[in-house]
Design a protein around this ligand. Structure first.
Ligand code: NAP
Ligand code: BGC
Ligand code: ZN
Length: 377
């Protein structure tokens, strides 16, 4: 079967011919329909995040997938069921971290809370992903997808990421009467814009999204079509947003720009919360630590980091995506490419530089969300 891989030492994806996998006990064989591409895939290609499976020199890419059960293999699934896989698994047998007592997270159904050395991430870190004509998965890591979401099922993984972060952010505000009205999304990449649409469905009164692009640009059009306000970080740095617009009840960081993790505290209204999702490169810069500390304490602000998601977040994402207008999803997904043109799904500048460098862009700027179509329904 065909698979899209990155080889050690390379930074562009390529097609490899691999044997079709056989499902082991408790595993399901899935025929892959569609796999999405996000900023993390570009980080994996650039070699700045993730890694290869132990002892291997290539990694099958892709962690945002939807597929059809091809062999249920005695599990509760039936052939023809549409499913979306979660991303994390326990480390390979024989490694220290695979010992039962370090895998309490998986036993509890909370792999998203496992520290990095107690898990692998398919298509990202230490395990092959889903960008192949077939993949196998333990049945408990597969989420059934309703028929009307088959086409958009590859968006469930990124939507589940947002569900988890928003759940943890609101949980941090659950000890008092928190009624958020304003939200700011930092980042106009595919995660930021999908989250903006999800926040719009939650009926925030006022939404903002920060980018660093000039018009005309499809991401700015998407922001404005939602009725949200586009902010440009080159003109309005994050700490100046409250004076230029308003202080925010919620900030959702999806740039990977490390300064934003600190600066977002100044964009918050008293009692607000910021969820940090970006995966930054190492970057040393100066911070007024006294101001940062005082602001968090004296105005009851919270900062929440959030990574990955579990089955419950996929289920919440099914509800949320099911209610979003399909027209909105169609505007977000600007390109779905077959195996014969898969490079287009990764954009044409996959070797560009770090997110900490404001002069660099890692995007094909005509695209928002892209995917590879591995087979038809
Ligand atoms: P992406 O497509 O690379 O989007 C990042 C966006 O942020 C880009 O549109 C970029 O603008 C913008 N940006 C970067 N620096 C900026 C700045 N200084 N001012 C304004 N805008 C800036 O990535 P993504 O897929 O949306 O993901 C966003 C981040 O979340 C990435 O770091 C990714 O690794 C991370 N992520 C984390 C999780 C998790 O579980 N925590 C899950 C998925 C993704 P340009 O396009 O103009 O360069
Ligand atoms: C994926 C998550 C993963 C995170 C960190 C994201 O792009 O969607 O599942 O945990 O990257 O590697
Ligand atoms: Zn992702």
């Amino acid at each position: 079967m065909d698979a899209i891989v990155v080889r050690r030492g390379e930074s562009s994806p390529e097609i490899a011919e691999l044997p079709r996998p056989d499902p082991g006990p408790g595993e399901v064989l899935v025929r892959t329909l569609r796999v999405g591409v996000d900023g993390t895939d570009r980080e994996v290609l650039a070699g700045s995040h993730g890694g290869f499976p132990p002892g291997e020199d290539r990694l099958v890419l892709g962690h945002e997938a939807v597929g059809v059960v091809a062999e249920a293999n005695g599990t509760t699934f039936e052939e023809g069921d549409v499913v979306a896989p979660t991303v994390r698994g326990p480390p390979a047998a024989g490694t220290d971290a695979s010992a039962a007592d370090t895998n309490e997270y998986f036993a509890r159904g909370e792999p998203d809370m496992a520290p990095p050395d107690a898990c692998v991430e398919r298509g990202i870190d230490g395990a092959h992903g889903f960008m192949a004509e077939y993949f196998t998965s333990p049945a408990e890591y597969l989420v059934p997808v309703p028929d009307d979401l088959t086409e958009w099922g590859f968006l469930l993984e990124p939507a589940s990421i947002a569900e988890k972060a928003l759940e943890h952010a609101s949980a941090s505000r659950s000890a008092f009467d928190w009624e958020p009205e304003s939200a700011l999304v930092l980042g106009n990449g595919s995660l930021g814009l999908l989250t903006l649409a999800m926040l719009d469905a939650r009926e925030y009164d006022r939404l903002y999204c920060l980018g660093r692009r000039d018009r005309p640009d499809p991401t700015i059009d998407f922001v404005e079509a939602l009725g949200a306000t586009y902010l440009d970080s080159r003109r309005t740095p994050v700490p100046e947003i409250p004076d230029a617009h308003e202080p925010m009840d919620l900030v959702y960081e999806a740039t990977g720009h490390a300064k934003h993790a600190v600066e977002c505290v100044d964009a918050l209204a008293p009692n607000g919360v910021a969820a940090l999702l970006g995966v930054p490169d190492s970057w040393t810069f100066e911070v007024d630590g006294g101001h940062f500390h005082e602001e968090l304490v004296m105005t009851n602000k919270a900062l929440v980091g959030s990574v990955n998601s579990n089955v419950s977040h996929f289920e919440a994402a099914i509800e949320t995506l099911g209610e979003l207008p399909k027209r909105l999803l169609a505007d977000l997904v600007t390109g779905v490419y077959g195996l014969d043109e898969f490079e287009a799904a990764f954009g044409d500048d996959t070797q560009a530089g770090s997110a900490s460098d404001e002069s660099q862009s890692r995007h094909d700027e005509t695209a928002i969300k892209t995917a590879v179509q591995l087979s038809g329904t």
